[in-house]
Design a protein. Structure first.
Length: 279
C-alpha cells in the first residue's frame, strides 16, 4: 500500500528528514527477509488463481487465508478504514483498488499489492498480472513498469540520494513515452507500515536524503500509458488515471547495505518479472 506524495517535501526538508530516518541492524534485515519472502510467496500463489470469471474479492479471500495459514497478518486490513486484505487495481486503476464483486475478464491487467506482517516485520510488494491474452500495448506497459522499478533499485546504494532513485525511474519511463504518477510514493517501513523516507518516483539526482546502510523502504513506481494525472474516487481510496489510460505498478521492499541494496521481496519461484507472471 502506497502513501500520498507531498511535492517538495523531500527537497525542502531533506536534512530534517534524514535525521529522523531509522537505521536498522542485521537482526532487522533478517526479520525483513522472512516477511519479504512470505509476501513474495503469496504473490507467487496468485498466478494459479488468475483467470477470467473470478472476482477480486475471491483473490482477497485467497490472500487472507494464505496469510493466516502462515502465521501472518495482512497489514492493509482495517488500516485507516481500508476493509480488505489486499489492493486489487485493474486496468486504469493506479493504486488502492478495493476488492469486491468486479469479475475479471479476458484482456484485463491487474496489480495485486500485498503487505504481510510476520513477527512484527512488514513485507510489502506488488506485481502485475495478465488475465488471459492481453493487448501488446498492455504487455509493453507492464514491461516498461518493471524495468522502471529495476532502474530505481539499481540507483539505491549508499551515497546516492532518494532523488537518484526517482530520476532513474523518470528518465527510463519517459524515454519509453510513458508517464510517472506523481501523487503517490514509496515509503520507509520495518516494524511500522509507513515510515520515512518517502521515495518519489521522479525528480533529480542529489535531491532528498542521502541513502545510508540500514535504511529500509519500498520502491513502487506507477507508470501510465497516457498522462500522469490521477483522481480519487468517491470511496476515498481508489486512484484512477484522469484520461482513463492504462496504468501499471511493480513494487519491492529493500534495505540499503554497505555496497548497494538487498531486495527482500524477490520471488522464490522467479515469478516477479514479466513475462513469468503472465499466463
Amino acid at each position: 500500500m502506497i502513501i500520498r506524495a507531498r511535492p517538495g517535501h523531500e527537497k525542502n526538508k531533506s536534512m530534517i528528514a534524514a535525521e529522523k530516518i531509522r537505521l536498522h541492524d542485521a537482526e532487522a534485515f533478517e526479520g525483513m527477509r522472512i516477511a519479504g519472502q512470505l509476501t513474495a510467496a503469496a504473490l507467487d500463489m496468485m498466478v494459479e488463481h488468475m483467470r477470467p470469471g473470478i472476482t477480486t474479492q475471491y483473490l482477497d479471500d485467497v490472500a487472507l487465508e494464505f496469510a493466516l495459514d502462515h502465521g501472518a497478518i495482512p497489514a492493509p486490513l482495517n488500516y485507516r478504514g481500508f476493509a480488505k486484505s489486499i489492493c486489487t487495481s485493474l486496468n486504469h486503476v493506479v493504486c488502492h483498488g478495493i476488492p469486491g464483486d468486479r469479475i475479471l475478464k479476458e484482456g484485463d491487467i491487474l496489480n495485486i499489492d500485498i503487505t504481510l506482517i510476520k513477527d512484527g516485520w512488514h513485507g510489502d510488494s506488488s506485481r502485475m498480472y495478465a488475465v488471459g491474452e492481453i493487448s501488446r500495448k498492455a504487455e509493453r506497459l507492464i514491461e516498461i513498469t518493471y524495468e522502471s522499478l529495476m532502474h530505481g533499485i539499481e540507483a539505491a546504494k549508499p551515497g546516492n540520494t532518494t532523488g537518484h532513485i526517482g530520476a532513474a525511474i523518470q528518465a527510463y519511463a519517459e524515454g519509453e513515452r510513458c508517464s510517472v504518477v506523481r501523487d503517490f510514493c514509496g515509503h520507509g517501513l520495518g516494524r511500522v507500515f509507513h515510515d520515512r523516507p518517502n521515495i518519489l518516483h521522479y525528480g533529480a539526482e542529489g535531491e532528498g536524503p542521502v541513502l545510508k546502510p540500514g535504511m529500509l523502504f519500498t520502491i513502487e513506481p506507477m507508470i501510465n500509458l497516457g498522462g500522469h494525472g490521477v483522481k480519487i474516487l468517491a470511496d476515498g481510496w481508489t486512484a484512477v488515471t484522469r484520461d482513463r489510460s492504462l496504468s501499471a505498478q511493480f513494487e519491492h521492499t529493500l534495505g540499503i547495505t554497505q555496497d548497494g541494496c538487498e531486495v527482500f521481496t524477490t520471488s522464490p519461484a522467479g515469478l516477479d518479472c514479466p513475462p513469468c507472471n503472465i499466463s
